[in-house]
Ligand binder design. Structure first.
Ligand code: SAH
Length: 401
């Protein structure tokens, strides 16, 4: 077993159970990609068992802070079982559930979503890549699923020196020799939603917004919103929510044609009138500006953009981008209208996001009531020692007037 020794004072973060060690904190030692190492303080005290990643800035990701624990297949079985057991206790009324949420579940770099009988996984760190087979076996054993699709095509794999990989990891042939398709239907808030684990974004769908989509349907109904603009709609989850809440004119805007095709299909799949929905394949910012010029307004608007700030280093430019779309959205909102606005940027904290949205309201000369602060669903937990895990934040605002 190779040992990594930290510089004096750099043991603090692991002692507080924060699972990362950056390159600059290491005094000596090295190992192969994904190899398990023993991490010690400068004076030789055990700190953690960890995975080494020679090409990443995050050089070490801790598996365990318990010196007695062995990092082997049984370890991954225990971690996976624990994560799945938590989800079972959360009473989630959907068959689309995040089972493993990386660091929060003690499995840094691993993301696994269950979509009905399919598992869809991202192995994003050298350590999870190394233990892929053991993890795959543990996932099937803990869930009873037989199908596991790998979507390790996220850009962050490049930072770990890993090439993208996609395809079936576990896929037994059916009795008649046919293959299970990569498309699956899940139910969420009483709606049917389809996705394709091979072609969708990330693992296929954005499960973190499940509760916010449910809340949106309720608020649209209670507040009597009829005209709804869903920006960055992806496959139209919030659009279906709006229709379920009684909206009569819903516009989905996204720059992905395949996502919009699925949004359109979701309208009729859920028994709504196809004529009540418009899909716009366009850039959101430009569309908001055009709508302002045309004098259009809406009773409710959703802004759920992609990550503008992957890290705190991008926070300045991202802040301006968030402020801009929120300012435009405020201008398009009818008095009494509802705005759900989100940021999924780890580099933008909840407090900063609130400030950005407040500034956007001031610029648009619109005041609003803050109804609620929003966050990811509980199957995307954070731990109390890893604040970086908190990425999705949002505000539900009602325009005064
Ligand atoms: N609200 C969605 C998830 C949104 S993910 C849900 O509930 O499922 C962000 C979406 O923004 C992606 O679908 C992506 O295609 C889209 N997107 C990214 N940049 C865009 C842009 N400039 N204009 C329009 N859509 C964009």
């Amino acid at each position: 077993m190779k040992t990594i020794t930290l510089r004096a004072g750099k043991e603090r973060s692991l002692l507080r159970r924060h699972p990362w060690v950056f390159q600059g904190s290491i005094a000596k030692g090295g190992a192969d990609a994904g190899e398990t190492v023993r991490v010690e303080s400068h004076d030789g005290k055990f700190l953690a068992w960890a995975a080494f990643s020679p090409s990443s800035q995050i050089r070490v990701r801790a598996w365990s802070f318990d010196e007695a624990e062995r990092i082997d297949a049984a370890f991954f079985q225990r971690r996976v079982e624990q994560a799945v057991a938590l989800r079972r206790r959360l009473g989630i009324d959907s068959n689309g559930i995040r089972l493993i949420h990386g660091e929060a579940d003690g499995l840094p770099g691993l993301i696994v979503d269950q979509y009905d009988d399919l598992l869809s996984a991202q192995f994003l760190s050298a350590g999870t890549e190394r233990w892929k087979d053991a993890i795959a076996d543990a996932l099937l054993a803990a869930t009873g699923c037989t199908y596991l699709y790998e979507r390790s095509d996220s850009g962050v794999r490049g930072l770990e020196g890993l090439a993208p990989v996609t395809g079936w990891l576990r896929h037994p042939e059916t009795a008649d020799g046919s293959r299970r398709a990569t498309e699956v239907t899940i139910h969420e808030n009483g709606w049917k939603l389809t996705l394709d684990v091979a072609e969708g974004h990330k693992t296929g769908y954005y499960l973190d917004q499940r509760d916010n989509r449910g809340l949106f349907a309720r608020l649209v109904r209670e507040m009597g919103c009829k005209t709804v603009l869903n920006c960055y709609s992806y496959t139209g989850g919030f659009s279906v929510a709006a229709l379920a809440g009684g909206a009569t004119e819903v516009t989905s805007v996204d720059s992905s044609g395949p996502a919009l095709a699925r949004a359109t299909a979701h309208v009729t799949l859920n028994g709504f009138d196809a004529g009540a929905h418009t899909a716009l394949d366009a850039d959101v910012n430009g569309t908001l500006r055009r709508f302002i010029k045309e004098g259009r307004t809406f009773d409710a608007i959703v802004l759920d953009p992609p990550k503008f700030a992957p890290s705190a280093a991008h926070a300045d430019r991202a802040s301006r981008a968030y402020k801009d779309i929120n300012r435009l959205a405020f201008k398009l909102l009818n008095p009494g209208g509802l705005l759900l606005t989100f940021s999924c940027s780890g580099g933008i904290g909840a407090e900063l996001f609130h400030k950005i949205v407040a500034g956007a309201g001031l610029d648009a000369q619109v005041d609003g009531y803050l109804l609620r602060r929003l966050e990811a669903t509980p199957d995307h937990p954070t731990t109390i020692t890893f604040p970086e895990g908190e990425y999705l934040k949002g505000l539900a605002i009602v325009r005064k007037g």
